[in-house]
Write a protein that binds this ligand. Structure first.
Ligand SMILES: Cc1cc2nc3c(=O)[nH]c(=O)nc-3n(C[C@H](O)[C@H](O)[C@H](O)COP(=O)(O)OP(=O)(O)OC[C@H]3O[C@@H](n4cnc5c(N)ncnc54)[C@H](O)[C@@H]3O)c2cc1C
Length: 430
């Protein structure tokens, strides 16, 4: 059943991530009807993708079906589809299934992996920008462990267990730390055929420290924690290419690696129908301080896909969940009032990263925390941010279980299988 308009303005939202879902929560239902379009039928929680990849959590505990979230919202409709085109004159959005009219359009489509011109990497590396990519990495890690367990040739065994992570931002550090945990605690117990020292994890980073957007103390502690988990780090060098399992580094070195995990960059995916001048560096939409896309008073961009400079952030706001959430709230305040007099100001609540159990770093304004206190704070903040009570409880139980047993019970290698072909179902063609 569609949504009755009753003279209300119709808002179409592209993307149900942190920004999109907060617009749905905050828009005045007496004034607006909403259509949410997303290529997936669920909202997910990217900060914990690395725990899916390392078998710490299952996908269901960090994802939430949109239809469940909106089940009591009669003014909201959900459309699962991929936005292909926007017609800013006719004021329509087109997916592979339908063309939908809007009064206001909110673009909250997030970003995708940026390979900085090395597009051939798309088919060679493992990434962590979606639930599907996290599952693919989990399967790959489990597959490597099984293959190494039956490999007789000691050199080949080491090759099968070679992991390189490109990028030492929070995602790179967290995923490397999680594989380090498996090396330290799970392999000795459950993979008797593997000597844990044969598994190598290397992080490659172009900057002179890990977690370069955090304080120097946080970087130093994170580096120390990585060392404890037997993760090697190479700084001040970037990756130039990856061919025949050899990672070519800018410092001239070449490193053998069978599982290359790319966490080095993100970029906006252009949406057809916009003039080139609306795009800033990184494929983001240029917006004003009320998140209006340049030249379009009825179109807004929020979150990772929005680009807004400010004196404190001359290269645009950081692409973080809190920015997306706060921009969504600011936009809704303006739309609900019908006046654009509130401008966006980012209230930076700080940043944190975890490196295995009991260890994390947190920069919260003037408060800097390390080790277990930071880890407990990290867990608390992530728990309250996950959508849905069932999910919060599942994650908490999983974490308590893993903490007590030093293990994760989700190491299931479930490979996707082929669907029967339905020629009338367009999704099958994707
Ligand atoms: C692995 C990882 C770890 C992270 N860790 C942290 C962290 O610890 N702390 C932090 O603050 N931030 C973290 N981030 C960043 C944070 O997740 C983003 O800043 C945040 O998700 C941005 O929200 P958004 O709403 O702009 O986009 P997203 O949350 O990316 O949502 C975009 C939505 O749009 C949909 N979509 C995209 N294109 C289309 C289309 N053409 N048609 C239909 N639907 C579309 C997608 O399916 C998705 O649901 C992390 C990100 C990743 C990938």
């Amino acid at each position: 059943m569609g949504v009755e308009n009753n003279g209300k303005k119709h808002v179409v939202i592209i993307g149900g991530g942190f920004a999109g879902i907060n617009v749905i929560k905050k828009l005045d239902k007496k004034k607006f009807t909403i259509t949410l379009i997303d290529r997936h039928n669920f909202h997910s929680f990217p900060p914990l993708f690395y725990q899916i990849a390392s078998s710490g959590l299952d996908t269901g505990s960090i994802s939430f079906p949109f239809r469940r979230e909106i089940r009591h919202m009669r003014h909201v409709r959900f459309h699962m589809g991929e936005v292909k085109k926007v017609d800013t004159t006719a004021k329509t959005v087109t997916t592979q299934f339908e063309t939908i009219s809007y009064d206001y359009l909110v673009i909250a489509a997030g970003t995708t992996n940026n390979f900085f011109g090395m597009d051939e990497l798309r088919d060679k590396v493992y990434t962590l920008k979606s639930v599907a990519e996290a599952i693919r990495l989990r399967n790959e890690i489990l597959d490597r462990l099984e293959r190494a367990s039956i490999e007789k040739n000691p050199e080949r065994k080491k090759q099968l267990l070679s992991f390189v992570v490109i990028g030492a931002g929070p995602t790179g550090v967290e995923v490397a730390g999680a594989i380090g945990e498996m090396k330290r605690y799970i392999i000795p117990r459950e993979y008797p055929e593997i000597d844990k020292n044969d598994l190598k994890i290397l992080i490659v980073e172009g900057a002179d420290r890990v977690l370069r957007t955090m304080s120097e103390d946080a970087s130093r502690h994170a580096r120390e924690y990585l060392g404890h988990l037997m993760v090697d780090v190479k700084l001040n060098t970037s990756m130039l290419g990856y061919d025949n399992n050899m990672v070519k580094l800018a410092n001239g070195e070449e490193v053998y690696c069978e599982t290359l995990i790319w966490t080095a960059g993100i970029v906006g995916e252009p949406i057809s129908g916009f003039e080139d001048s609306v795009y800033a560096k990184g494929g983001r939409f240029k917006v004003d301080s009320c998140n209006r896309v340049y030249g379009h008073d009825d179109i807004f961009a929020l979150g990772d896909i929005a680009y807004l400079e400010s004196p404190k952030y001359p290269r645009g706001y950081p692409q973080l969940a809190q920015v997306a959430i706060q921009q969504a709230r600011c936009l809704c305040e303006n739309l609900n009032k019908g006046e654009f007099n509130k401008t966006f100001e980012y209230n930076d609540k700080g940043s944190m990263a975890t490196v295995g159990r009991n260890r994390a770093v947190a920069d919260l304004h003037k408060l800097h925390m390390y080790g277990r206190p930071a880890w407990v704070t990290w867990m608390f903040i992530h728990l309250i941010s996950i959508l849905g009570m069932r999910n919060k409880l599942t994650v908490l139980i999983n974490w308590i279980w893993a903490y007590c047993t030093y293990s994760t019970s989700l190491r299931l290698l479930v490979r996707p299988t082929k669907y029967p072909y339905r020629h009338h179902w367009d999704l099958a063609k994707e």
